[in-house]
Design a protein around this ligand. Structure first.
Ligand code: NAD
Length: 297
């Protein structure tokens, strides 16, 4: 396959400054790209910049990043609440909340603010790339670019073509991803793609195991860490991903594949309804208010 020249890509837009958007902004700015980061409020953006600085400083203490590079990378991130910030971006990556209606509204509003030849990507964990592309003015220049959490640490980026994605769009984004030092895996546009099609039913099953009283939070996580050699237990991982995101992905699988085996566990639904959505809320299957997380069941 012909090499793609990505030297024209200088400016990256990141829409949504939550855990994923902040991580994506961090890796692109450290790689030397100008980054434009937006969210709904200045408070959210200030919080994201603090998180990025904190994570970069930790990378310095581990000897992975040079302190001078941190200063330069932070100076390359510009923030704002208006999509006009993306006017000169070559690639824009949407990383807003996992909700199809919300993402559709975002794309309709966002497209007029972009350069006509800008590539638009979604970091969605599960939603159809083809359906999202259909509300944009550029389905040929739209695709899924699914980073893993935490973005600076995780090696994989899953790449997903929609039905209309042009080959040049796909190869540009693949080369750009590799320039970040990441490895790509290509997935077809089916609900939740590869990683979450396999991972989320396991997490949902762990919640059922808790719901049915088969084990406590601690027993389930210990069993899977030591018994299956997983680096994190499934409930700990669910809290880390965000229980709202887990529920959204299970709902996409359940509705998209029309199979009852993907039914979201009622306990997962209840936690989300309570606002106990995991680490980012201070409470999920664990309580994060103290120094060490405490199981809640
Ligand atoms: P999050 O809740 O941490 O952040 C979402 C952010 O989007 C929030 O800051 C919110 O204010 C912002 N937002 C909502 N509407 C917006 C709008 N109209 N304009 C700008 N910003 C808006 O969620 P997250 O975990 O960062 O997930 C973001 C996306 O990444 C989702 O699509 C999710 O499925 C995907 N993803 C998540 C993970 C994970 O482990 N959490 C992993 C891979 C991909």
């Amino acid at each position: 396959m012909a090499e793609v020249d990505i030297t024209d890509i200088k400016s990256i837009g990141v829409l949504g400054a939550g855990q994923m958007g902040a991580g994506i902004a961090q890796v692109f700015s450290l790689a030397g790209y100008g980054v434009k980061l937006t969210d709904l409020s200045e408070d959210k953006l200030a919080e994201a910049l603090k998180t990025i600085e904190h994570h970069m400083t930790r990378q310095v203490s581990k000897g992975r990043v040079n302190p001078d590079d941190v200063k330069a990378a932070l100076a390359r991130i510009e923030t704002g609440t208006d999509y006009s910030l993306f006017a000169d971006c070559d690639v824009v990556i949407e990383a807003a909340t996992e909700n199809e209606e919300l993402k559709r509204e975002i794309f309709k509003e966002l497209c007029p603010a972009l350069k006509p030849d800008a590539i638009l990507c979604s970091n969605t964990s599960s939603i159809s790339i083809t359906r999202l592309a259909s509300v944009t003015d550029r389905p040929a220049k739209f695709m899924g670019m699914h980073f893993m959490n935490p973005v600076p640490v995780m090696q994989l980026v899953e790449l997903i073509r929609g039905i209309a994605t042009e080959e040049s769009t796909f190869s540009t984004i693949r080369t750009l991803t590799q320039a970040l030092g990441k490895t790509t895996a290509s997935a077809e546009d089916f609900p939740a793609f590869i990683v979450n099609r396999v991972l989320l039913p396991m997490i949902n099953e762990a919640v059922y195991t808790l719901y049915e009283g088969v084990g406590s939070v601690d027993a389930i996580d210990t069993a899977m860490r030591l018994g299956a050699n997983h680096p994190m237990g499934p409930l700990e991982l669910a809290d880390f991903i965000g229980l709202d995101t887990c529920l959204a992905i299970m709902s996409v699988l359940y509705e998209g594949l029309a199979d009852t085996k993907y039914r979201p566990c009622p306990l997962l639904v209840k936690y989300v309804e309570a606002g106990w959505v995991g680490q980012k809320a201070g409470r999920g299957f664990y309580d994060y208010s103290g120094d060490t997380p405490v199981p809640t069941r």
